[in-house]
Ligand binder design. Structure first.
Ligand code: TYD
Ligand code: MG
Length: 451
């Protein structure tokens, strides 16, 4: 059987029959590498879905077994997974080096190995290093197995002997298959190793977690090609210098992808942040211009965060704009709206926007708070105390309704806010008693109401 050769982009996973210097999909240079696909007949031998097994079945007759889940003892992680890790599922945990992926997974073992056999394979640290880390995290489970190994065959052999219910491979970039000439960490090795692990997970109903490092550009080098293979993709993000970390599901075959988990890195590992809004607002400056509290929905939870802006006169040439925690293009668009619809001449100002705490706010509801923060800095006038806002801004400067206004207002009320600037949309009567609700039609109205 002829071996098929394809070329894969290491950044985005684009597959093509011929080589390109520049990836046609993501435009990255020099990322295409050769990948030999297994001949079909050989691949079938190791596949779960063997001949005879795959017959058309009526949907009602499919036996799913009991969709039981392993609980990690970490509420934030379980929620992002959709209520725990499903038996036999394949989960990818991605994030920048040093963000805390190994720490999270090791902490997860503590609880999981009470009801299941867990094997933690590390290709990055020695047994001794892992032991020291575990001691720091106060993990003392007598039932946790550790293996320091990078050879894939050896890992599979040991796993077959031990028969764990949960297997953790930290990280996919360090493991390799001996029969491939490619270097560990390359597209070929990553894809082949992940394929072996996936077959193992599905054949033996073992839950597998793999760690994948992300490079600086934010694209998972390698792991991007794994996204379609795995059941869940969790990204661990945040500024490694700051204390907060946010776990987000980018894909989940067993739950919603809207939920996030918030953690704080401490001397003894990751702590769950039970009240993220309060944590995000700690240190919020009173009476300073250029900030506004936003309320965004992260899955089923409302979250308050502080949006800061600084508008300063451009010294020379083209004004600078930087955005951290919000979408850059969205910010530029809002600046144009402010200029055109509200007469704020920002084209000769540098504008910097930042979300405190390293959170990323992608919801359109952050538009209005961002606009208010920028206007406040531009006019050098602080917003009144106890004001928060949410709302989407349209291109004509109109404010558009967002989802769950009630939940957002309740969260703000709980944290001591008394005024809410929001779009023209209905809210429950009882909220009007608690909060001073200012409904504005346009961005201009909203600015006039508070500045
Ligand atoms: P780690 O889990 O090794 O990151 P990753 O596996 O994603 O590369 O986390 C490493 C960082 O976390 C490191 O900079 C030190 C910090 N850390 C703490 O602050 N406290 C701790 O208890 C531990 C274990 C790590
Ligand atoms: Mg690690």
């Amino acid at each position: 059987m002829k071996q098929k050769t394809v070329f894969l982009c290491g950044d985005c996973g684009y597959e093509s029959p011929k080589w390109y210097g520049k990836c046609p999909s993501c435009g990255a240079w020099n990322t295409m590498s050769e990948f030999k696909e297994k001949p079909v007949s050989a691949a079938r031998g190791t596949n779960t879905f063997q001949r005879g097994e795959s017959r058309p079945t009526l949907l009602k007759d499919i036996d799913t077994g009991d969709e039981s889940r392993f609980h990690s003892g970490i509420g934030e992680l379980d929620r992002v997974l959709g209520g725990g890790a499903v038996h036999g599922s394949f989960v990818l945990v991605g994030g920048e080096p040093g963000i805390g992926k190994s720490t999270l997974l090791l902490q997860m073992c503590q609880e999981m190995c009470k009801n299941a056999r867990v094997l933690y394979v590390s290709g990055e640290e020695s047994l001794k290093q892992i032991k020291i880390r575990a001691a720091r995290l106060h993990i003392s489970s007598p039932e946790l197995y550790i293996l320091a190994e990078t050879d894939m065959e050896q890992i599979i052999n040991e796993t077959e002997l031990l028969e764990p219910d949960i297997l953790i491979v930290d990280s996919i970039q360090t493991v390799y298959k001996r029969d491939l000439t490619a270097a560990p960490g390359g597209t070929t090795q990553i894809k082949e190793c992940a394929m072996s692990l996936m077959q193992y997970a599905k054949n033996r109903n073992v839950t597998i977690f793999i760690v994948g490092h992300v490079n600086k550009e934010g694209t998972l080098a390698g792991p991007k090609i794994l996204e379609h293979m795995v059941d869940c993709v969790l990204y661990f993000e945040g500024e490694s210098a700051g204390p907060f970390r946010c776990l987000r599901a980018a894909k989940n075959r067993y739950g919603s992808t809207n939920e996030i988990g918030v953690f704080e890195m401490s001397d003894h590992g990751l702590l769950e942040v039970q009240n993220p809004s309060a944590a995000m607002l700690a240190g919020h400056p009173q009476g300073a211009s250029g900030n506004c509290i936003a309320c965004v929905m992260e899955g089923s939870r409302p979250l308050l965060a502080e949006v800061q802006a600084l508008a300063a006169k451009t010294q020379f040439g083209v004004p600078r704009r930087t955005a951290a925690g919000v979408d850059y293009n969205r910010m530029v668009l809002l600046l144009a709206i402010l200029e055109k619809r509200c007469g704020l001449f920002l084209s000769s100002s540098d504008v910097y926007v930042n979300v405190v705490g390293g959170m990323r706010l992608d919801e359109p509801a952050v538009d209005l708070p961002m606009v208010l923060a920028i206007a406040s800095s531009f006019r050098d006038k602080p917003l009144p105390e106890g004001v928060m806002s949410f709302g989407e801004v349209g291109l004509t400067g109109e404010l558009r309704a967002v989802s769950n206004p009630g939940q957002r207002i309740n969260e703000a009320y709980r944290l001591g806010f008394h005024t809410c600037i929001m779009p023209m949309q209905d809210v429950d009567e009882d909220l009007l008693q608690k909060m001073n609700i200012v409904r504005a039609k346009t961005v201009g109205d909203a600015i006039r109401a508070v500045l």
